[in-house]
Design a binder for this molecule. Structure first.
Ligand code: PSV
Ligand code: MN
Length: 430
């Protein structure tokens, strides 16, 4: 069984070259924050305690519906995906869990897979079901929907698949299932909106009933795609209504790319939390639609504002506030390991910025309707370069000062290009 891909020495000697300069930058930032009444050590401790799950599917090159351009050495199965995720975790120390997707990640022996992950320094996060594609040998097609299909046999098959995912997740040590369905319509008149939602709710209740103790069912909404006229769980409103009807173990998952352009996602976060239904996140970024670009690449300010709401929520927890943070990106033009390293850093940075917001000043300004000072409380934190905090937390946890530089220097992908079989051409949204 493989151990972690890098040795402590490799990381240590990389870090040694950077430590003096980093200490200087960290101390200088510490003094600046101290003048603002912020204890840098306390912020660093919060950053050290923050983690995000990696999507198993994000370790391969994604594609658009036009094409996929694989790179030599990309992973071809869950074992190789875990190896790559272990590289990300070792270098970033912010991504200790992997969120698997079935049937993409199916194996014979899940107890062995769990051990394999543990030997690589990884555990498993929420399992994801897939009823948006047909699989070879499958009895019924999902071409006309899955959990909301009109054909009861299709619905039964989709429910059974989700229950199988829960069973696999149980063996992997996972505590949640994320359910996203593409069910919807491409044409006006195609679907009876009310009946489709009824069918979805009935199927979802069967999955809910199979949840083991301590498990959550995360409902992921998405405005459109693959259905281009109407989607059954299209928005946070449909999602929270469904979660409320299902019961306390059902919560909503917010994928940042699954909303109409310009929608105020941070407000959605606050609303879902208000009703104890904020279950998790799929982090990514977008310019136009569900672009699945790297977190913080397009709109880092939005990411900061989302974390600002999360920090508010953390201070005022409702119903065991414990969101599952995950990345969900499609790396079409970059090395997926580099994208995940860059995204983990961007997400941790947004969290750190939100953690240094002067909450007293913000709340006082809000209460006295001092608009400019409320805005300045956020602005002051957002314009602070928190890189030394994130870097110091990472190094102290055993990670690399410059994860992408060390990743390139270790020649991982080149080595894997010799060892792994090439993946095929083709198109695909993942
Ligand atoms: C759908 O677009 C989605 O965001 C869901 O989370 C899927 O499970 C994932 O992408 C995989 O492609
Ligand atoms: Mn998603």
């Amino acid at each position: 069984m493989n151990g972690p891909p890098l040795s402590a020495d490799q990381i240590g000697s990389h870090n040694d070259r950077r430590l003096d300069a980093l200490r200087d930058e960290y101390d200088s930032l510490g003094r600046a924050l101290d003048r603002r009444g912020v204890d840098i050590e306390a912020v660093k401790a919060r950053v050290a305690g923050f983690s995000i799950a990696l999507p198993s599917w994000g370790s391969g090159r994604g594609g658009t519906r036009f094409a996929k351009f694989p790179i030599p050495g990309e992973p071809t199965d869950i074992h190789e995906k875990l190896e790559d995720c272990a590289v990300v975790q070792q270098l970033s120390r912010a991504t200790p869990r992997v969120s698997p997707h079935f049937p993409w990640d199916k194996v014979e022996d899940y107890a062995a897979l769990r051990q394999e992950a543990a030997a690589l320094g990884l555990a498993f996060d929420a399992v994801n079901s897939n009823t948006f594609q047909d699989q070879p040998g499958q009895a019924h097609s999902y071409r006309s929907g899955s959990l909301a299909a009109t054909d009861p046999a299709v619905r039964a098959q989709a429910v059974a698949h989700n229950i199988e995912c829960i069973e696999i997740g149980r063996q992997l040590g996972s505590r949640a299932i994320t359910v996203w369905v593409g069910d919807g319509a491409n044409f006006p008149g195609q679907q009876d909106f009310a009946a489709a939602l009824d069918r979805y709710l009935e199927s979802a209740a069967e999955i809910y009933a199979a949840l083991p103790d301590g498990w959550r069912m995360l409902l992921e909404h998405k405005l459109y795609e693959p259905a281009f006229y109407a989607t059954v769980i299209s928005d946070w409103g449909s999602s929270i209504l469904a979660a409320q009807q299902l019961g306390p173990k059902a919560q909503c998952l917010v994928d940042l790319g699954h909303h109409a352009p310009n929608v105020n996602i941070e407000q959605i976060v606050a609303r879902l939390h208000r009703f104890g239904k904020l279950g998790g996140f799929h982090f990514n970024d977008s310019k136009y639609g569900d672009d699945d670009l790297d977190s913080g690449a397009i709109n880092p300010h939005q990411l900061f504002l989302v974390f600002n709401e999360l920090i508010e929520a953390e201070a005022r927890p409702r119903d065991g506030f414990d969101p599952a943070y995950m990345i969900d990106q499609s790396h079409n033009v970059t090395d997926p390991i580099e994208s995940m390293l860059s995204s983990a850093e961007a997400i941790a940075g947004a969290f750190a910025k939100a953690a240094i917001v002067d909450r007293n000043a913000l709340h006082a300004a809000q209460d006295s309707n001092d608009v400019m000072m409320a805005f300045q409380a956020l602005r002051g934190a957002y314009r602070t370069d928190v890189t030394p905090i994130v870097e110091m937390a990472r190094i102290e946890a055993g990670g690399a000062a410059d994860p992408i530089a060390l990743y390139r220097a270790m020649g991982w992908r080149e080595r894997k290009a010799q060892e792994r079989k090439p993946v095929g051409l083709g198109a695909g949204i993942v």
